[in-house]
Design a protein around this ligand. Structure first.
Ligand code: ADP
Ligand code: ASP
Ligand code: MG
Length: 402
């Protein structure tokens, strides 16, 4: 029998009515002959609310206790969905990450899945039950609860689809699928019928909150059939995420904006071997995602090194940066919080210089200064002032006829 994994996000299970709606969809899927595994996120904004409550007690709680706390959101929603399905007379069981054998490393709040022991899920499916799994969580070897990072239920779903060799993985969310840019920010954004794993991965990493980046990495590696679609409008087919099609022409497929970053500059570091190494090796054990590293030659044997990090990592890495400044005798680090990263994504975008010049031309027309640029084969990213991000996003989206 074919097996399907479906994932429903927080908005899709935000209240009783929506949980009923999801229950009906799941039952329909089961009735159509699938072995059905369903991953759910916490109801509505409940993860944010839990985090807010904890911060009232302690602005800097330990990540182990935070994981213990925020994993409860998903435990609540799996039970609610199972109860809704039960009430319609279907055999169903809800399982936490631990109960369904999701084993992770020990990096609390950003854990990676090491393996999934699928025996329990298989047993339940063989009993002809619908299986509801708590997204976003797992346990370490010693049995402590971990979470996979914000938005991590997508990764739970794809990891289960891979481990169970599912026919496909469907991600149900609060928009019709993947758009050329966030449809909440730009009303004229268009729905994409399909997008390649590479393009989607880049969009997810660059701030399109719609999919957890690691879920796309996993799907790409395993060629998992992945569809993003609406939990409210079942008539729309959504967006398929697929292997790259050979395209003749470089084409911009999407635009993203990420406001959740800070720019750190360390001015006047000595211009000699080992200086960049020292800085970034001091950050290795802090599990921070560094992006857009730029070193520019200053004068008199001195350089500036600048890079960006996610805003939430700033407090955590500042002691290491300050220690580095002390050690190499540079000027104090400069932090700029009011920045955004605007990116255009599409296979081959850097192979056609018209695309880069068109992008920079939009900023010029709007009088926006570009503070940093970084490129890869598949994207061009620019750091700009945060108060210009909305107008820049609209203008760039329009320019590329998306
Ligand atoms: P869920 O709770 O279902 O996981 P998310 O809030 O994580 O939902 O993701 C869906 C949201 O992602 C949408 O409401 C939309 O505002 C946002 N989003 C950002 N960029 C895009 C994009 N390119 N396409 C679709 N949605 C996007
Ligand atoms: N509930 C978690 C979060 O809000 C996981 C998820 O929604 O995927 O980040
Ligand atoms: Mg999400």
């Amino acid at each position: 029998m074919s097996l399907i994994v479906q994932k429903y996000g927080g908005t899709s299970v935000a209240d009783i009515e929506r949980i009923r709606n999801v229950a009906s969809r799941v039952i329909e899927t089961k009735k159509s002959g699938y072995q059905t595994v369903v991953v759910v996120s916490a109801m509505g904004d409940s993860t944010d609310e839990l985090i807010k409550m904890a911060r009232e007690l302690n602005p800097n709680p330990s990540s182990r206790e935070m994981d213990m706390l925020i994993s409860t959101g998903e435990q609540l929603s799996i039970a609610m969905l199972a109860i809704a399905i039960e009430s319609k007379g279907f055999d169903v069981i809800s399982l936490t990450g631990a109960q369904c054998g999701i084993k992770t490393d020990e990096i609390y709040s950003k854990a990676k899945i090491d393996e999934i022991d699928t025996r329990r899920i298989r047993q339940e499916l063989e009993q002809d039950r619908i299986v509801i799994v708590a997204g976003f969580q797992g346990t370490t070897k010693t049995g402590d609860i971990t979470t996979l990072g914000r938005g991590g239920s997508d990764t739970t779903a794809v990891a289960l689809a891979v481990a169970l060799e599912a026919e496909k993985c469907e991600i149900y969310t609060d928009v019709l699928g993947i758009y050329t840019t966030d449809p909440r920010l730009v009303k004229s954004a268009s729905l994409l019928k399909s997008i390649s794993y590479d393009e989607m991965l880049e969009m997810a990493k660059l701030g399109a909150g719609v999919m957890h980046p690691r879920s796309i990495e996993l799907a790409r590696k395993n060629n998992t059939k992945l569809v993003v679609r609406s939990a409210f409008d079942f008539n729309s087919n959504g967006t398929e995420i697929i292997g790259a099609k050979k395209m003749e022409k470089a084409q911009v497929r999407g635009v993203t904006i990420d406001e959740n970053i800070v720019r750190i500059s360390v001015p006047n570091v000595p211009d000699k071997p080992g200086i960049a190494f020292k800085l970034f090796s001091s950050l290795v054990d802090l599990n921070v995602h560094i992006d857009m590293i730029i070193q520019n030659l200053n004068h008199d044997g001195l350089n500036d090194i600048s890079f960006t990090v996610p805003s939430e990592d700033l407090d955590h890495i500042m002691p290491a940066i300050n220690a580095y400044v002390e050690e190499v005798g540079s000027s104090p680090a400069r932090i700029k919080k009011e920045v955004s990263k605007l990116s255009i994504i599409g296979t081959g975008v850097t192979s056609d210089v018209k695309i880069a010049s068109g992008l920079f031309g939009r900023f010029y027309d709007l009088g926006i200064n570009i503070e940093m640029i970084s490129t890869s084969e598949i994207k061009i990213s620019c750091i700009i002032a945060q108060d210009k991000s909305q107008i820049a996003l609209e203008s760039v989206h329009e320019y590329f006829n998306l």
